[in-house]
Design a protein around this ligand. Sequence first.
Ligand SMILES: [Ca+2]
Ligand SMILES: [Ca+2]
Ligand SMILES: [Ca+2]
Length: 348
Amino acid sequence: MAVAGDVVTLTVTARMEVAVPDQWGYGIRGDFIAILSDSSLTALPGGQHGFPAQTTWNSGTGSFTVPPLPAGAVLGVALSGHMFGLGEGYALFDNVMTSITGSGAALNARVWLGGPYVPAQNLMRDDLRAGGYLPSSDPFPLNPLPDVLPPGALSATGPNAIVDWLRIELRHTIPGVGWLIRVNGSLQRDGDIVALDGVSPLSFPVKAGNYLLVVRYRNHLSIMTQQAVSISTASPLVDLRSTATALHTLPAPNTDLPAKVVGNQQFMWPGNVAYDLEVAYAGLGNDRDPILGAVGGSVPTNTITGYQETDVNLDGVVKYTGSDNDRDIILQTVGSSVPTTVRHVQVP
Ligand SMILES: [Ca+2]
Ligand SMILES: [Ca+2]
Ligand SMILES: [Ca+2]
């Protein structure tokens, strides 16, 4: 996300492996380049930096002031090794780091999870916290991050008490680039997304700018903002709880309602127990059977307690039938009239 005027620093550890010695020697370089919107690459004036070229590992640093980039382009870094004559060899790179001067970026956003939301309180349940069930390490079912909850993270009660871990992604707006940065945060009962200490703003190791915001939860369907939102040291509130904040939808024929809507509020769809790209009540890989399996498989009235992906309403109890069960929520998510309907996630 570097823009004109930013100072970007590249740090590289590299070494050469020489197969055929070259009488003129060899070199290692790093180039600041522009990646154009059609994915082609172009050199930037003054973007070339030489690094120590030795057969043992050495570190080097180069800084570059970003010039105006072509419209739609992003700054990139290209690393290469070369022989000056007819020699041959390999350039090996390790510990490549880039840093950009900037003002830092913190999230100011609120979101509702449909499962634990209690309309009468206009808050989400914190039964997992109150029951001592919340894990101290990342519970996300895919690519867990090496985070742990700091001491005191779960001490708050009331509207700022912690509901659970939440996974946040920022993506830049160039099509096809995919996720840019992903971090873990904590979710308060009133919808505030905060850092893992339960209190501080959730900050990102990126430069301030406009990003698409993705929110993921371990047994709900992910959502993404339709428009890029401003992330800075003084980010305006992104209220994902409100239908005024438009959410991304996939193109037809995969278009689906990205969140559950009640009045002017919207809620992440609950019930993605078997974590994938849809909520299904019936059929192969559905989200209902794991609930029955969790309670033992044979006696549907059994229940279990604890931190379970099958606990859709986050009350600390996995329940297949009876009041406050977790199965009916899945039926409501897919649309209760046609149980074979599938609700698809709308995050590409
Ligand atoms: Ca709060
Ligand atoms: Ca699923
Ligand atoms: Ca439950």
